[in-house]
Structure formats: structure tokens, C-alpha cells
Design a protein around this ligand. Structure first.
Ligand code: GDP
Length: 299
């Protein structure tokens, strides 16, 4: 938790100090409520989550006697945690099936941290004792396969790659077929994410998924989103969510933003749980998303 807090330090000021300062000050007038609303919006919570949180805070504060700053903090914390839907299943389904490995597709716009996330997650799975095979289906960006290979060597996972500009779907297919032959536990496919046109992307991703499904069940489609790009990231996210059924979100670069509130907005907007967060560029900087610890770190 202290590590998370350190990494999220840039987000703490806004939501934590800003709102808590107001809440701790006794009865709130309308101006103060407006200020709270603005602070949450500024932290990227998005309108729906902001209004829900403010509404609930008002109800809870009216119903409970708040005497100390600690009381106010406890209520604020509870409201924020509930807004993150702690009941959602955030496990990454990486258990092999009888006849084939678990398959994880990693999707998202280039530059969001897809390849890095694939490497970091492979490391976690390998440390858990799973045999992991990586598929470098991002054939558009020349360096992507090299970068993934470096990760593979680092964490102890083999890689299947195609020729430059090869059809991403054929590389994905080869990776899964190879994974089945070798009897690995998990195949993770790093896909291309150039958002040139929505139709192009849609066709490509749809094809990758369809082709892979000829061989094995796709267990996870993880959408990688860069927390530092705010609203634009959400527009991109919608495009992906329209193309494939996303099963979870990985929110990267949370260490580099003052707007940790984006987690609320992403979940609200996509209706899909944030499962993992990226807290830095290092191999260990991937953490499971835990609403309670996250809110604690924010406050
Ligand atoms: P891709 O194009 O989506 O595959 O993106 P990359 O994996 O190449 O990552 C793009 C850049 O973001 C690289 O410099 C990564 O080191 C960096 N990056 C990825 N995840 C994180 C993160 O959680 N925090 C920070 N600070 N940087 C990250």
C-alpha cells in the first residue's frame, strides 16, 4: 500500500486534500458542494461518477453525525469504494483448459503500454509457475516484436513472431497453435493498435479473435488504456469496446498522472472492471487493482 501511495502521489492532492479539507470543516453550503463537484470532475471521475459520489456523500453526511475529520474521511472512503464496485470479479482468467492453453489477447492503441503490460503480466504468470508463450501480433510497429522478445527473455517466456508486416491474425493463430503443441499454460497475444480508421482496426481485431477461436477459447481480452490521456483515452476505449468484448481494463501510467479518478470513469463508461494497473516502467510495476487500497492511496 505504501508503494501504491508513493506512485499515486500526484493524484492525492486533488481528491484527497481538496475534498477532505472541505468535508472536515463542518456543515457544507452549496458553494462547498460545488467545489467538491468541481474537484472530482477535475480529477477525471467523469460526470456520472461525480454526481453519484456527491449525491451519496450528501445523503451519508446527513444521516451520520460527522464530528471529526476522521469521520468524514471514513464516509468519503466508503462512498468512493462503493462507486468502484468492489464486488466485480477482477481475476485474470489464466488457467489452462483440458486441451488447450488459456488465451489472453492484449489490445489497445499504440503507445498506451501494451507490449510492456504483456511483458509484466507474463512475468507475474511465470512467477506463479505457469508456462507462458507470447505472440507478437503487433506486426505493424517494427520494433514491437523485438521489444516483446526482450521481455520474453527477461521473464522466461518463449515468443512466436511473424515477418515484418505479416498478417497479425496469422501470427496470433501460429502462437496459439504453437502453444497447444507445446502444452503451455497461457498464450498471450500482443496485438497491433493503430487507430488509422475504425473500420480497419475493427476488421483486424475481429479477424485476430475469429482466427484464434478456431484453435482455442479466448479467456481474456484486456484493453490497455493510458491513464494520462484522460478523455481522449476513453473515446479510443469505446472504439475498442465496440469491436471486441473486453473482459478487463489495464490502466497504465497511473504513476504519471494527477488524475487517478480516471479509474472511476473508465469503469462507468465501459461497464468492465479495471483489473490491473501500471505504476511504472519496471518489470514489477504492475499491480492487481484493489478498490479499497486504491482509494486509501488516493486519500
Ligand atoms: P505499446 O505501443 O502500447 O506496446 O506501448 P509500450 O509498451 O511500448 O509502452 C510505451 C511507453 O510507455 C514505454 O516507454 C513504456 O516504458 C511506458 N510505460 C508502459 N507502462 C507504463 C506505466 O505503467 N508507467 C509508466 N510511467 N510508463 C509506462
Amino acid at each position: 500500500l505504501s508503494r501504491l501511495r508513493g506512485r499515486l502521489s500526484r493524484s492525492q492532492g486533488a481528491i484527497g486534500k481538496g475534498v477532505l479539507g472541505l468535508l472536515g470543516g463542518g456543515d457544507l453550503d452549496e458553494d462547498s458542494w460545488e467545489e467538491i463537484e468541481d474537484t472530482l470532475l477535475m480529477a477525471d471521475l467523469g460526470t456520472t461518477s461525480t454526481l453519484a459520489v456527491v449525491e451519496k456523500l450528501r445523503t451519508e453526511l446527513a444521516a451520520n453525525s460527522v464530528r471529526t475529520a476522521a469521520d468524514a474521511r471514513a464516509i468519503f472512503k466508503r462512498v468512493l469504494v462503493e462507486q468502484l464496485h468492489p464486488e466485480l470479479d477482477r481475476s485474470v482468467r489464466a488457467l489452462p483448459h483440458n486441451d488447450h492453453p488459456a488465451v489472453i489477447l492484449v489490445v489497445g492503441v499504440n503507445g498506451t503500454g501494451k507490449t510492456t503490460t504483456t511483458g509484466k503480466l507474463a512475468r507475474v504468470l511465470v512467477a506463479d509457475g505457469r508456462r507462458v508463450l507470447l505472440g507478437a501480433a503487433d506486426t505493424f510497429r517494427a520494433a514491437a516484436a523485438d521489444q516483446l522478445q526482450t521481455w520474453g527473455e527477461r521473464v522466461g517466456a518463449d515468443i512466436v513472431r511473424g515477418k515484418e508486416q505479416a498478417d497479425p491474425a496469422s501470427v496470433a493463430f501460429d502462437a496459439v497453435a504453437t502453444g497447444i503443441d507445446r502444452g503451455v499454460d497461457v498464450v498471450m497475444v500482443d496485438t497491433a493498435g493503430r487507430l488509422h480508421t475504425k473500420t480497419g482496426l475493427m476488421d483486424e481485431l475481429d479477424k485476430v479473435k475469429r482466427v484464434v477461436e478456431k484453435k482455442a477459447k479466448v479467456d481474456e481480452v484486456l484493453l490497455v488504456l493510458d491513464a494520462t490521456v484522460g478523455q481522449n483515452g476513453l473515446i479510443q476505449a469505446r472504439v475498442f469496446a465496440d469491436v471486441v468484448d473486453i473482459t478487463g481494463v489495464v490502466l497504465t501510467k497511473l504513476d504519471g498522472t494527477a488524475k487517478g479518478g480516471i479509474v472511476f470513469h473508465v469503469q462507468e463508461e465501459l461497464g468492465v472492471p479495471v483489473k490491473l494497473v501500471g505504476l511504472g516502467e519496471g518489470a514489477d510495476d504492475l499491480a492487481p487493482f484493489e478498490p479499497e487500497a486504491f482509494v486509501d492511496a488516493l486519500l
